[in-house]
Design a protein around this ligand. Structure first.
Ligand code: NDP
Length: 335
């Protein structure tokens, strides 16, 4: 079994030496377990949190253990009811080729419905995150202005397209002209702002009447520019603050004083709410999947994946994700 382990806890940005690649025997499924051979591994920003010791909403990966992650692949052997060799599934575990998992977290997927890798992106955890966060917190109404940061990424691309389906004006924020062009031309957002340029001037231009829903994926200077432009009764969906994940001081990237002056939240009656998709999201997965497959069939939902070949390249790809080097949902194809 090819595996990527956590060798040491990164200080600041992760480096290749924080990981270790090993070959081990293929595991045997125990009673009640399914052996999955992964074809795709999902790489996601939350994994940076699991590499750190700091307190967070989930337990860190132990030193020397397999890096946490979700995979999609094929059942090789099963000692659990409902799963048989040859079934295609999402929910295999870890940065590794083979994993033994309990059926609870495993979803049988039909390869005719969508490509297998889509179950890690648009039809998987990032897509579900977008759907849940908009339903519960963002609640965009037709005619409102919605701003989405990290707009070309796994979560952002779905957020903006759902907001378009709801009849909103949608402005993306992304890094560089290629990503911005994709966001407007392929995904159909009304505009996309390059956060490396003059954010304030561009926000004034595209959101002259202010912002009703801000989808926060990034934090830092992007948040500081958006916050003063929120309108009365605006909703700020706190999904992630990736610009802060490699910050060393205080070790907890979710800690520290708030960026913008929150006093305006009172006067403007803002709703600022964080959420973690794994809390209640998976219980609603069937409804989400139905909506998403419907939009995909109607041609209302497009998606872009950034596919990296080979598990041995996962550490470098993950390091790049935290610097904006991915273009679309980042997955590793496991040979
Ligand atoms: P993406 O596919 O969007 O990839 C990350 C992107 O973040 C990069 O491509 C880059 O885009 C942007 N980025 C990285 N570093 C910086 C930086 N320093 N400043 C500004 N932008 C940066 O990732 P996901 O869609 O998977 O995740 C997006 C966010 O959603 C993350 O914050 C993640 O933690 C969060 N999340 C939260 C969940 C929850 O339950 N709350 C669940 C899933 C994700 P660009 O080049 O455009 O800047």
């Amino acid at each position: 079994n090819l595996q990527v382990l956590l060798r040491r806890r990164p200080k600041g940005a992760p480096v290749p030496e924080d990981f270790e690649i090993v070959e081990t025997p293929v595991p045997e499924p125990q009673e009640g377990e399914v052996l999955v051979r992964a074809q795709y591994l999902s790489l996601d920003p939350y994994m940076r949190g699991r590499m750190a010791e700091a307190k967070s909403y989930a337990k860190p990966v132990d030193l020397g253990a397999v890096m946490e992650g979700r995979t999609a692949g094929v059942v090789v052997a099963s000692r659990a009811p409902g799963f048989a060799p040859g079934d295609t599934v999402a929910g295999g575990y870890g940065w590794q080729r083979f994993s033994c998992v309990k059926p609870a977290g495993l979803i049988k997927v039909d390869p005719q419905e969508a490509p297998l890798s889509a179950n890690l992106g648009v039809l998987g955890m990032p897509g579900l995150t977008a759907w849940v966060g908009l339903e519960d917190i963002g609640q965009p109404k037709a005619g409102e202005t919605v701003v989405v940061s990290a707009a070309s990424g796994a979560v952002g691309q779905v957020v903006g397209q759902i907001a378009k389906i709801r009849g909103c004006k949608v402005i993306g924020i992304a890094g560089g002209p290629k990503k911005c062009q994709f966001v407007t031309e392929e995904l159909g957002f009304d505009a996309c702002i390059d956060h490396r340029g003059d954010l304030n001037a561009q926000l004034d231009r595209h959101c002259p009447e202010g912002i009703d829903v801000y989808w926060e994926n990034v934090g830092g200077p992007v948040q500081a520019a958006v916050f003063p432009r929120l309108r009365d009764f605006a909703r700020m969906v706190m999904c992630g603050v990736i610009a802060q994940y490699n910050v060393v001081e205080g070790a907890d990237s979710f800690g520290g004083p708030p960026g913008p002056n929150l006093g305006a939240a009172v006067r403007k009656r803002l709703r600022i709410q964080g959420f973690i998709v794994s809390d209640h999201g998976w219980a609603r997965y069937p409804q989400f999947r139905k909506d998403m497959l419907g939009w995909m069939a109607e041609g209302k939902m497009r998606w872009r994946e950034d596919v990296v070949e080979g598990l041995r390249n996962a550490p470098q790809a993950f390091i790049g994700l935290l610097k904006g080097e991915n273009f679309g949902k980042l997955v590793v194809k496991i040979d």
